[in-house]
Structures are given as structure tokens and as C-alpha cells.
Design a protein around this ligand. Structure first.
Ligand SMILES: [Zn+2]
Length: 699
């Protein structure tokens, strides 16, 4: 995990935090300035500055007009603004660029510092948290930065002089751009959207409502009964859909006696949820028993509510009402879509959420992402790995085996021994701090670079499991938050500390050693995590122990491959559901349900039925992220692909330290270009597929 307040994160915060500002809804973007007035001022300034400036003028004026609102001034104010602020002289333009870079670094750098300090009591192990500490922690002092910059028109100055570019332009032309051209476009990119209060509020409310819906969606497992009234699961077990249900399913591969029966029951529960045949009364209710196969409910004779937990609301007298959940799952999903339709109105350059999430957040087009997912789904490795799983299970695959977890390498080393070794070496956070230069040298950094990075990392004792908090301003250190128990660090804590330390190494290079501030960082979270994993994988070597053998590495690879196979189908369902909503903007929840079930069956029949031998399975629609995380799912499989690409490059280079620094300094340019500069190829699943193929030969 990497915690930082990057610009993108800041914008997301804005999206959620600024909704409470009272403001009148302005007209949708682009309606305050008639096109004729834009053309007029363009002609005037072309006459003044020459034809060579025409393209820049045209683009800049359109970019400002698109986000100009009545409250910013009338058309004369608009023309005056363009006249006063358009810069044609290259030297003056450089000065503007440099001033923005410097001032934004100051604003965002210090905002991050304030954020970090206000969160110290909640993030660090500093004793009890007072109620006022929580208020300070929740206070986002930078929440209105973007609104302010539109109000004082600094955002418009940037939009007038620097180009917003489409993903398509960046992909087609980006390889020929100079670094400065990249920096120009990312400077403008900060101001692509200007959302009024009603749009922010709609999104914040939809997120909150869908989180609430998912957070209460528990199943009381002891109350699942079979035909004979038997109970498979222990008393008191309460599992959240879908995460806990899936993890329970995975854990049951180890239960040779009743694991299979439990897994089949969980699959049935999941199917009842996606089809919405689940009786509403069984959701988070320990007072009823439910047979998910016959779909019957009855008052329960068992009370397994743990002592101290709040008592459930009593059931009404008489027979238990077995009415199904009335499509709330799909109503919640549709509500997200409706919130995004409000944002659509104010996003003239990208009028659908699908476009925005793929082109801005991911910077990989929807078509590219779909292509990569299908490449995994249709790869010959799938059938070969499936055959391995059947062999290991000693039975034919069943649909829930998309969550097969038996590839996990065995314990190998005794964790208790490792705990002793680690706690001796790192009794305190300060001890870890002192060891950083040594650890970095062991990873392959030169003494000079190891010392340089170590000077930029501050180790803090974390309250939770740990995280890395990068700086947003050069010269400021990155913070490594790590958990140290009273008797020293344990192995788990150390393993996480190595991961977080590598986030800090990347953060140090990609901020302090980057040519343009606007390009600091990496393209997206998947890249951050990929780089951190390359160090975490070597944690045993850093302790002076031998690295994991080829077979356990092969098992780990197959585990990741199978997860990517599963998540690729799930992601396709999510993506197709959003396309369907945009094609049917007035759909009712019941129609949405039928559409999603059809999509899930289609994806299953195309990619999974040939492997599992069963058709029309709807399990791929079970993910809760679909309901409360708005098309976040494709980031998982793409993240796995990126991790394997980066890992393969590190292995190939033979000089870990030098190579890590080189790729960390490429900056936050488009992912494909980053990957091409790092590894010679764009983002894609080839490295993962190759590794899986090789792993199959090493079992
Ligand atoms: Zn991480």
C-alpha cells in the first residue's frame, strides 16, 4: 500500500469533500460562451500574434470556454481574460510554466505535509486518540484548492496556454514528444474537470449509499442448513459478501472432510445473491435458517450471536416472510450510474464515466484493456493450468474453482524462527531506520545511492499494519510507517516494511530526481505496487537467508495467473454492464438484473465453460466492487500483468539498483510509454503468460 496525496488523489478527495459547499447549479459546461464569440477573439488574436499561433489559440480558447460559467463573467469579461492572458512569446511561456510548476509544488507539497501532521495521532503509535484528533484527521485543508483556482482564474490561465490532450493523441504522438511537451499536457490535465456542487454531491452520496449497502450484506453461516437440517459452518461465523464468502471458500480447500460441501453451499449463496432470489430476511440475520439449495427459510432454533454483539431486531410473529430481495443490488448499481450522469453533463471533453475512468485514471483505452483481458482468457495456459488443478484436486473442476487457492507454496521456513531472527535485528523502528543503507546495498544499490535514498526516508512506528507516505515536494522526506511490537519487529511486520521501504525508494527517485515536477511519480497505482513487490520478494535474501526455491516461485506464479484468469472475466462483466447502462439510461433495476445475468452467462460461456464443462454460470457477477467501486475491478488483472513485466525486467537487467532507479525516474507519463521505456514493450500480459508457461514445467 502506498499512501500519498498525489494530485489525482487530491482531485478525488475534492470530488467527495467539496459537495457540502452551497452553490447554485450553474448551466452545464460550455454554455456560457457562444461559439461565435470564441471565434471572434480567436480571429483578433491570430491577427495580432500571427497564423503560427492559430492552433494554440483555437485549442486554448475552446478549453477555457468549455468550463467558463456565468459567475466567471459575461462574454466581454471572457474576451478580456483571453486577451490579457494568452502568451505567444516562448520565453514568457517558459516563465509561466516554471512559475506554475514551482507554485503548485509549494501548494501540493505543503498540503501533503499538513495532511501528514494532522493525521499523526491516528496513523502513528502515539497513545490514545482524542475526539479532536479525529476531527483534525478528517479535516482536508486542501479540499477547496481546485475550486479556488477556478474562482481566481489561475486554472483558466493554464487551460488557455497549455494543451489538454486525449489519450488517443498521447498514444499516437506521445513517443515523439519532448519531456517538456509531456509536462505541458499534464499541467493542463490538472484542470480538466470543474465540477459544481451538485455533481460532487451526487457522486459522494452514491458512493456512501453503495458502501452502506455492501457493508451490511452479511451471511450468518451457521444458519445455512441442508435438507436434513444439518449445519456445515461453525456457530457465530458471519461473512460479508463477497470478500469473506470468497476467502472462506478458498480456505475450505484445506478441509478434506467437508470442504467440498461447504464450497458448494457458498457457490449457491452467491448465485442467489446475484439473481436476487435470496430471501431478504436472511441478509445479516441470525434469527432465521436458510437452505440455499431449496431456497426455503424458517425461524431458527439456534442463537449464536456472540456475547456483547448487538441483539438482532426480533422477527414479526407468524410464518417467516420469504420474499426475495427486491433487486436492491441492481438499484444501487444503477444509482452509481445516475450519479455519473450528473458528472457527464459537466464533462464536455469526456461525456461518459467509461471514457473518464479509462482515459484519465488508467490511461489505457477500454478497447486495449478488453484486448489484454481476452488475451489472458483465451491463452493456452488456461487449459494447462486447469488440468494441473484437476490433477491436484483429484476431481473435475466445479465453477467455484475459479477461486482455487491450492497453489500457495508451503510454509517452507518456520515463521517463528524468522520472528526471532527479525526481532533481534530490528528491535525498534530506529533500528530499522539505521539499517536502511545496508538493506539498500544488499538490494543492489551503490553505497552512494543507498545513502542518498536513506537520507530521504523517515521511519515511524505505525498504529496499523504500515504504509508508505511519499512527499509531494522535493527535499521533503518520504515516511515509512511500520509496525513494531513491544518485543521487536516480527517477520510479517518486516516483510511489509521491506515493501513500504521500496515505495519510499521509488517515491524518492520519482520526485527528487525527476526533470519536471508535473511528471513526478509513476503512471498509476499498479506501477507503484509492481515496483514495491520486486523488493518484497527478496526479503529473505536481505536477511542473509537463501531465496525461495524454483518450485515455490513457480507455485506463486500459477496462483497469480489463476487469479488473473478469474479477475479478467469479472472485469469484463463489470465493463459490459456499464456499457449496457449507457445504452439503456432509463433501465429499471429488474431490467438491469436480467442484463447483468445475461452478460455474466455470456462471458462465462465464452471463456469459462470450455474449461469447466458447465454452461450458464452467473458467479462472475458476485463481486461487491461492482456495486460500490465503480469499475475499479480491471485494475487488479492489469496490475498483475504490470507486476510481471517489471519483475521480468529487473531479473533481466542484472543490476537491480541501477535499473530500479532508471525506471522510477521515467515519471508519470502514459502507461504504455512508461512500460516501453522500461522494458521495450507496452503494457500487456505476455510476461505473465510466459512466466505461467515456464512455471508449469517446474512443478
Ligand atoms: Zn504497496
Amino acid at each position: 500500500m502506498a499512501k500519498n496525496n498525489t494530485w489525482a488523489a487530491l482531485l478525488t478527495t475534492l470530488l467527495c469533500a467539496s459537495w457540502s459547499m452551497a452553490a447554485q447549479s450553474p448551466a452545464p459546461a460550455g454554455q456560457a460562451i457562444p461559439a461565435t464569440r470564441g471565434a471572434q477573439i480567436e480571429a483578433e488574436l491570430v491577427a495580432k500574434y500571427g497564423q503560427a499561433q492559430q492552433a494554440r489559440l483555437h485549442r486554448g480558447i475552446a478549453q477555457v470556454a468549455a468550463l467558463w460559467r456565468g459567475e466567471d463573467g459575461n462574454v466581454d469579461v471572457f474576451s478580456g481574460f483571453v486577451r490579457d492572458n494568452f502568451i505567444a512569446d516562448p520565453k514568457a511561456l517558459d516563465a509561466l510554466f516554471n512559475r506554475y510548476q514551482h507554485n503548485l509544488e509549494v501548494v501540493f507539497g505543503h498540503s501533503q505535509e499538513i495532511h501528514r501532521e494532522l493525521n499523526t495521532p491516528s496513523d502513528l503509535d502515539t497513545g490514545p486518540i482524542a475526539p479532536y484528533d479525529e476531527v483534525f484527521a478528517a479535516w482536508d485543508t486542501s479540499a477547496h484548492v481546485l475550486d479556488d483556482m477556478f474562482e481566481n482564474k489561475l486554472a483558466f490561465v493554464a487551460l488557455l496556454n497549455f494543451p489538454l490532450t486525449s489519450l488517443d493523441e498521447r498514444t499516437r504522438q506521445g513517443a515523439t514528444w519532448t519531456r517538456r511537451q509531456w509536462a505541458d499536457t499534464f499541467l493542463a490535465e490538472r484542470f480538466r474537470q470543474r465540477l459544481p456542487a451538485d455533481a460532487n454531491q451526487a457522486v459522494a452520496e452514491a458512493y456512501a449509499a453503495s458502501d452502506r449497502y455492501i457493508a451490511r450484506y452479511n451471511i450468518w453461516m451457521h444458519h445455512l442448513v441442508d435438507d436434513k437440517g444439518g449445519r456445515l459452518f461453525p456457530a457465530g461465523k458471519r461473512l460479508l459478501s463477497h470478500w469473506n464468502l470468497r476467502d472462506e471458500l478458498k480456505a475450505n480447500y484445506a478441509d478434506k472432510q467437508s470442504g467440498l460441501a461447504k464450497q458448494r453451499a457458498i457457490q449457491k449463496v452467491m448465485e442467489r445473491i446475484v439473481t436476487q432470489e435470496i430471501p431478504a430476511v436472511v441478509i445479516d440475520n441470525p434469527l432465521v435458517d436458510w437452505n440455499p439449495f431449496t431456497n426455503t427459510v424458517a425461524r431458527s432454533s439456534v442463537n449464536d450471536v456472540p456475547a456483547g454483539a448487538p441483539a438482532p431486531e426480533p422477527l414479526p410473529a407468524g410464518a417467516v416472510n420469504a420474499a426475495r430481495e427486491p433487486d436492491l443490488r441492481y438499484a444501487t448499481w444503477l444509482a452509481n450510474f445516475h450519479a455519473m450522469q450528473v458528472v457527464d453533463k459537466y464533462s464536455p471533453s469526456q461525456p461518459t464515466y467509461i471514457q473518464r475512468i479509462f482515459e484519465n485514471d488508467r490511461q489505457l483505452s477500454e478497447a486495449r484493456v478488453q484486448g489484454m483481458l481476452e488475451q489472458v482468457l483465451g491463452s493456452p495456459q488456461v487449459k494447462a493450468v486447469a488440468a494441473q488443478i484437476e490433477k491436484r484436486l483429484g476431481r473435475k473442476l466445479e465453477p467455484f474453482d475459479i477461486w482455487y487457492s491450492g497453489f500457495r507454496p508451503g510454509a517452507g521456513r518456520n515463521e517463528a524462527d524468522l520472528d526471532v531472527l527479525v526481532s533481534k535485528r530490528f528491535p525498534t523502528a530506529e533500528a530499522y531506520q539505521r539499517e536502511i543503507p545496508t538493506l539498500l546495498r544488499s538490494l543492489g544499490f551503490t553505497p552512494e545511492r543507498a545513502d542518498y535514498v536513506a537520507r530521504h526516508i523517515v521511519v515511524d512506528p505505525a498504529r496499523g499494519s504500515g504504509h508508505a507516505m511519499g512527499a509531494q515536494m522535493r527535499g521533503e522526506p518520504a515516511h515509512l510507517r511500520t509496525r513494531v511490537e513491544r518485543d521487536g519487529m516480527n517477520y510479517k511486520g518486516y516483510n511489509i516494511a521491506v515493501h513500504e521501504m521500496c515505495h519510499n525508494v521509488e517515491q524518492t527517485f520519482s520526485l527528487n530526481d525527476i526533470d519536471y515536477y508535473a511528471l513526478h511519480g509513476v503512471p498509476n497505482t499498479a506501477f507503484t505496487e509492481a515496483l514495491a513487490f520486486t523488493c518484497q520478494d527478496r526479503d529473505l535474501e536481505l536477511l542473509g537467508l537463501s531465496k525461495p526455491d524454483a518450485k515455490s516461485r513457480a507455485l506463486q506464479t500459477l496462483e497469480t495467473f489463476w487469479s488473473t484468469f478469474e479477475m479478467s472475466g469479472v472485469s469484463l462483466v463489470d465493463m459490459q454492464a456499464w456499457r449496457w447502462m449507457y445504452a439503456h439510461p432509463n433501465a429499471r433495476p429488474a431490467e438491469m438484473r436480467e442484463a447483468v445475468l445475461n452478460i455474466a452467462r455470456e462471458v462465462w460461456n465464452k471463456w469459462y465453460a470450455p474449461v469447466f464443462g458447465v454452461r450458464d454460470v452467473t458467479l462472475l457477477a458476485i463481486y461487491s466492487h461492482m456495486i460500490n467501486n465503480m469499475m475499479y475491478l480491471p485494475d487488479y488483472p492489469i496490475g498483475f500483468m504490470i507486476a510481471f513485466q517489471v519483475e521480468a525486467q529487473m531479473d533481466k537487467s542484472g543490476d537491480f539498483g541501477k535499473e530500479f532507479e532508471r525506471v522510477a525516474r521515467i515519471g508519470s507519463i502514459a502507461p504504455d510509454l512508461w512500460m516501453t521505456q522500461a522494458t521495450g514493450r507496452p503494457v500487456g500480459p505476455e510476461a505473465l503468460l510466459e512466466a505461467a508457461g515456464k512455471a508449469l514445467t517446474q512443478l
